[in-house]
Write a new protein. Sequence first.
Length: 70
Amino acid sequence: MMITGEADYRTPISETEQYYTALRLRGVPAVMVRVPEAPHNTDGRPSNLVGKVAHILAWFDKYGGKPTVN
């Protein structure tokens, strides 16, 4: 999962798009989350932070596997 702010000048969105496309072409399950008007620190707004956490939790629900019990 790649979470990128559309106003990120450290890691431009075009680089994220290229990396995402390369992963998908190789058959890697990948997701790209674009955060509008956000810089590199995508969780600057509370709504962005909530969205970021929701995407991460959904990713782990899908790909995280079963938790182990000790």
